[in-house]
Design a protein around this ligand. Sequence first.
Ligand SMILES: NC(=O)c1ccc[n+]([C@@H]2O[C@H](COP(=O)([O-])OP(=O)(O)OC[C@H]3O[C@@H](n4cnc5c(N)ncnc54)[C@H](OP(=O)(O)O)[C@@H]3O)[C@@H](O)[C@H]2O)c1
Length: 337
Amino acid sequence: MSEDRILRWGILGTANIATKVSKAIQSTASCNLTTIGSRDLEKARSWGAKHNVPNAVGSYQAVIDDPDIDVIYLPLPPNLHLEWIEKAARAGKHILVEKPIAISVSAAREMVDIARSHNVHLMDGVMWVHHPRTRMMKDVISSGELGTIRRMTCAFSFCWNPLPSSNIRFNAELGGGSLLDLGWYTVGATLLLGCNRLPQRVQASARWFQDVDVSFSAMMWFEKNFVASFDTAFDTATRRWLEVAGTDNSIVCDDFVLPWSDEESKFWVHGDSGQSEKRTCPPAVQQNNMIADFRDLILGRRTDNPWIDWSLKVQQVCDALALSARKEQPIELREDK
Ligand SMILES: NC(=O)c1ccc[n+]([C@@H]2O[C@H](COP(=O)([O-])OP(=O)(O)OC[C@H]3O[C@@H](n4cnc5c(N)ncnc54)[C@H](OP(=O)(O)O)[C@@H]3O)[C@@H](O)[C@H]2O)c1
């Protein structure tokens, strides 16, 4: 696709998260958000009017069939991703799919194969990896400043009281649960910052409600004596922090998923005598960076897509963790050939 093309976007579903992402599409150069599709035409119309989207249609298929759309943003419940990725890819559309990309690694692999065979780009909608602070933390870790990486711990939670039983996150069939919803970030962070290989063994436990995990705790053992843990929950105070500890120093970031303030994004490097140094990153709007990165992939302004292979690994680890929690026993993993 020529580098100076304007990409025309359509959205499938009037999801809550589409409000934020639609603004990001609308404020990114070379991107034009033209169409919102919903199962309900009236819903699409009123969402479109509210969010300045000119065309509203009463089915997802109508968005896909529109020859004037190049890119689909897919914020549907996770169990519907495979079906709609397949339809979009067959129609030659690129797809930005919300996390978790799938409900199993076999479905995720199928999506990636379908996208590749139809020559379209597929990326997951996780935003924090597109924030320049993530690159800064990664650079500190690969510079050796922390020494050899030994431990990583993360937490991602927020509290619903009472639990909203009709939310998609509490529907097992749709792909609910805190592991896939929030653990997607903590597992992703572990594989991005701690060790980009799969753990050799995992063990997890969960508390269940309507057959989905309301809270989840996990340990993951990697090669070279690297060990990671995390917890996620829908019934615990808002937390979104991580710590990466090496033999010499450690990094602490108290808001890795999304900076608490738009004005400042930061993390700390802690030494072994109680000293800590705050490192700050210029303000950035991570969802805008995500859209710009996906645009650049589609337009050929960048040739690498590191995110999709990472998403597949995250899904593979989530599968093993879910199985471990269900079976209440450790699970061994093997790296793909
Ligand atoms: N990247 C991020 O920062 C981020 C943040 C929040 C959520 N997410 C992800 O985005 C996705 C959507 O989350 P959300 O909280 O925005 O969800 P939501 O508000 O419940 O929206 C989901 C949309 O999917 C459509 N849908 C189709 N079949 C459905 C069904 N059987 N039940 C419910 N909805 C159905 C509906 O659109 P129509 O009725 O218009 O057809 C609905 O508006 C999830 O995968 C979630 O993990 C990502």
